[in-house]
Design a protein around this ligand. Structure first.
Ligand code: FES
Length: 137
């Protein structure tokens, strides 16, 4: 492979990944007016987002998003999946351990992905409680 061919291939791959990222970022599914929502950036620079809707005391829909690596994606998706059909107060019991039980063995370098997913879920719960308190008063 010549240097020109390598450069063309490299630019094609960079372009493909950039388009995929931008498409996913701007056109990824969003949740309108979630009952609980959090967007948290971790120390690694990755951001996670979780939102959920509550109907008749149970979480009936969830939304998740991250701009992080595949492990981040698996962790935030697992956190959102674990939240489904739960009562909001049950979200407190979802920890990085329960997320890792779903995702499987994580490398030591990516344990913080499960921690960030737990933090994001719990902040979404805090947002839900804050909205509930405001709506009661
Ligand atoms: Fe940053 Fe996973 S590498 S959350």
């Amino acid at each position: 492979m010549s240097l020109v061919q390598f450069a063309v291939l490299f630019l094609f791959l960079v372009g493909f990944v950039s388009v995929w990222y931008l498409f996913n970022y701007f056109f990824g599914p969003r949740m309108d007016d979630p009952d609980g929502y959090a967007r948290v950036a971790g120390n690694c620079g990755d951001t996670m987002e979780i939102g959920f809707k509550v109907e008749q005391g149970r979480i009936t829909r969830t939304h998740h998003w991250t701009d992080g690596c595949s492990v981040s994606g698996q962790c935030v998706e697992s956190a959102a999946r674990l939240a489904m059909d739960k009562k909001p107060e049950e979200l407190e019991k979802i920890t990085m351990i329960s997320i890792m039980d779903q995702v499987g063995q994580l490398p030591d370098t990516h344990l913080h992905c499960a921690q960030l997913a737990e933090t994001t879920l719990h902040k979404a719960l805090a947002d839900y409680r804050k909205k509930e308190t405001l709506s009661i008063k």
